[in-house]
Design a protein around this ligand. Structure first.
Ligand code: 3HC
Length: 335
């Protein structure tokens, strides 16, 4: 009987000790990823750095104290780097001021983070997560460079929400060591992480990443490299439908949101959530799907979304979308 190498790897993975297979439970055992690199410190990246450093700090109650010895927070440019550092500092300060984190723990977690604009600092990282803008060319170029400079055992991951993971895996030159690791906004609060495997992903790599997700206190789910993975595939068409209800005049913005909160138990209504995510991001995701899957009727861009993006009414980030916004505070619906 011929036993395929992938079967051997799967069997080997199933025999791995619990530390690498524990997807959601906290543990006191380390991960295979001593040094973590995060590329891009925007909305998602800064949260990933903070969560990973928290799990690695000395008396963190929810996770082990040795998840990472160091978290490298990389940005290509100094002002973006400063912006990411400010976001982390203000989030940590808020936790301390609310009594949710001790000053010692805050100091300990911040000491785990190395901020840098020097890409060489990533060369000996064990796991590198990319969280830059959703530009396929930029991502492919980045992974090509990382593939040529980083140590051969390093695992690469993209936090992309909608782009093809397989293409990036191939660009990296090490597709067996490549996965999608998709976090949700706000990363500090949302417990789910989708771990995306391509046809090339080594099952042992996949299991190690799943184990890591549990170590940082999140719950991992597995998905193939399919548009939108699980959450966005279900969520984003739902946001588009909510926009269409408003566009047709079937229901008001406020009533659509109230309905999904009180009738379906969602923490935010779909139009509030679309503003929170950013209407440009919502539009970008669906436009990509429309282009790649023109025959899938669930992928379409409502005219009202196109208009708002054209007018730079992008939601929370520009102060106006389906609602008026004052910083992070949502105001009245836009009439
Ligand atoms: N970072 C850190 N802490 C935050 C935070 C942030 N960004 N936002 C809120 N918090 C804190 C608040 O300060 C507050 O702390 P406190 O109790 O000490 O005051 C606590 O979290 C609760 O905040 P709020 O009372 O303001 O808000 P809620 O209880 O309503 O929870 C929420 C906020 C978790 C955002 C909730 O409304 C929610 O779950 N909304 C849905 C979010 C969602 O669906 N996210 C997924 C988007 S899709 C996505 O990300 C995929 C991508 O690919 C597009």
């Amino acid at each position: 009987m011929i036993i395929s190498s992938s079967l051997v790897r799967r069997v080997a993975a199933s025999l791995l000790p619990q530390r690498t297979r524990s997807h959601s439970s906290a543990s006191t055992v380390g991960t295979p990823f001593d040094k973590l690199g995060v590329i891009g410190l925007g909305l998602m990246g800064h949260g990933i750095v903070q969560v990973a450093a928290t799990a690695s700090s000395s008396s963190s109650s929810s996770s082990s104290s040795n998840v990472h010895s160091e978290v490298i927070a990389y940005e290509s440019n100094a002002s973006y780097l400063d912006g990411g550092r400010d976001r982390i500092l203000s989030s940590v300060e808020r936790l301390v001021s609310r009594g949710k984190l001790t000053s010692n723990d805050a100091e300990s977690l911040l000491s785990k983070i190395t901020y840098t604009t020097d890409r060489d600092a990533l060369d000996d990282a064990d796991l590198i997560i990319e969280a830059i803008v959703e530009d396929v060319e930029l991502k492919n170029d980045l992974f090509k460079d990382l593939g040529s400079r980083c140590k051969s055992s390093a695992i690469f991951a993209s936090n992309t929400s909608s782009l093809c993971v397989t293409n990036m895996a191939i660009a990296s030159g090490r597709p067996d060591k490549f996965v999608g690791i998709h976090f949700f906004n706000p990363v500090q609060l949302m417990r789910l992480v989708e771990v995306v495997r391509t046809e090339y992903t080594d099952p042992t790599v996949f299991e190690d990443v799943m184990g890591w997700v549990g170590h940082i206190g999140k719950v991992g789910v597995s998905c193939r490299d399919t548009p939108g993975f699980i959450v966005n595939r279900l969520l984003v068409p739902n946001l588009m439908q909510a926009m269409s209800l408003v566009e047709r005049g079937d229901a008001s913005i406020g009533d659509v949101d109230l309905s999904m909160q009180l009738g379906a138990g969602h923490p935010m209504g779909p139009l509030h959530l679309a503003d929170y995510i950013g209407l440009d991001t919502c539009s970008f995701i669906v436009e990509g799907w429309v282009k790649d899957f023109p025959n899938d009727a669930s992928f379409y861009v409502p005219a009202i979304l196109k208009q708002k993006v054209e007018r730079n009414e992008l939601g929370r980030k520009t102060g106006k979308g389906f609602y008026h916004w004052d910083g992070d505070k949502r105001g009245d619906p836009v009439e």
